[in-house]
Design a protein around this ligand. Structure first.
Ligand SMILES: [Zn+2]
Length: 374
């Protein structure tokens, strides 16, 4: 019965268009749903920063046991394109999209599991502590909503972000520090046929620098990549300007700083070797977080997994999520696998069984965190 209600909620969410920066309609639907459950709902001022037509949605459920530990449940409202006019199809135990769109289970599976999981906890009369729901905008465009959120909003005894793929039971306990860069190589333009010796090729500098870099998976905890290169004007001109973008990530701050320094040094050396210049601008997208395996937060979520008959699988990820921003508030923050498959593609789907298990897990986490697991 409540699985039917869960699927109906998911399908309703999937039908509402919510590309990044146009989350208002979905936020309105979620606000009404949460108010019906007894939440006090408000919207923050993130819209002024993100350019979205709404802010982040923050909703508080008054506790039945005010002394019990507090829980923050979070998911994001926006979807990657193509995500407009989604026609969800429920067949063969799976929910998929009928048309040429993503399904949007990333991250509407997380939203549906929160809405239904909280409702079950309320209906079961769980002696819960304070429960806050935070639904962000613009996660898919550089975590912009989370970055604009007042981090006091995600303070509590435990913060759970529902936004990882893989079957329920997956618990992301760590994510890397992430740096991106834009480097502009400057040489001297010259006619490639008439006076090549007057030119200094920015493209050659960039190519030498990239060739010298260690890229890919540098060790179990560190990665680096050059993502784009652009520049030059014509075949008969020695290119005077080339722009390279890239990144590095590591679970260890020391490693990420040394890789960043190494990439910078190689770019400077290549430019200098040819008598050119390079200017690089680095952005620290977010910092690393890691929750210790023996932390009470992991104990509570692992116990909740056992309550619903699944095996917890702890792992660190190389990717970022809103949790990468939230964790800097100092609250133990975990990301849960939501069962969504083939995300960011038109083949995206989710098994009804996985959606149900995820929801049961949310319900169990509310019980475990509040200390009233019955
Ligand atoms: Zn997501």
């Amino acid at each position: 019965m409540s699985t039917e209600r869960l699927v109906a909620t998911f399908v309703a969410l999937a039908r509402i268009d919510s590309p990044s920066r146009r989350e208002a309609e979905l936020a309105g639907y979620c606000a009404a749903h949460l108010e019906d459950l007894g939440f006090d709902v408000r919207t923050d001022t993130a819209a002024g920063v993100t350019g979205s037509n709404t802010g982040n949605l923050i909703a508080d459920l008054p506790p039945l046991d005010p002394d019990a530990p507090s829980l923050v449940l979070s998911a994001h409202l926006d979807c990657v394109q193509p995500c407009e006019g989604v026609e969800p199809l429920v067949a063969g135990g799976y929910i998929s999209s009928a048309g040429e769109t993503v399904l949007g289970a990333d991250d509407k599976a997380g939203i549906a599991a929160i809405l239904e999981g909280v409702q079950r906890a309320i209906e079961d009369g769980v002696r819960r502590g304070p429960v806050r729901v935070v639904l962000t905008v613009c996660e898919e465009v550089g975590l912009a909503g989370a970055k604009a959120l007042d981090l006091a909003e995600v303070e509590g005894d435990l913060c759970i972000v529902l936004d990882a793929d893989g079957p329920p039971g997956g618990i992301v306990v760590g994510a890397p520090t992430h740096y991106t860069f834009t480097a502009t190589f400057t040489g001297v333009a010259a006619h490639a046929g008439a006076a090549p010796e007057k030119g200094i090729s920015a493209l050659v500098m960039a190519a030498e620098a990239i060739t010298a870099m260690r890229l890919g998976r540098l060790d179990a905890r560190t990665t680096a990549n050059v993502g784009t290169i652009a520049g030059g004007t014509a075949t008969n001109v020695v290119p005077a300007a080339v722009t390279v973008t890239g990144e590095c990530r590591s679970l260890d701050d020391e490693s990420v700083e040394s890789v960043r320094a190494e990439m910078d040094a190689l770019m400077s050396a290549a430019a200098a070797a040819h008598g050119g210049r390079v200017e690089s601008v680095w952005t620290r997208e977010y910092g690393a977080f890691e929750v210790a395996a023996d932390a009470p937060a992991i104990g509570a979520v692992s116990a909740a997994c056992a309550d619903v008959g699944i095996e917890p699988r702890l792992f660190a990820t190389g990717g970022g999520s809103d949790a990468s921003i939230f964790a800097s508030a100092g609250t133990p923050t975990l990301v849960l696998s939501c069962g969504m498959e083939n995300i960011h593609s038109v083949d995206e789907r989710i098994a009804v069984d996985d959606l149900e298990t995820l929801t049961a897990l949310v319900r169990a986490v509310i019980g475990r965190v509040s200390g009233h697991p019955e």
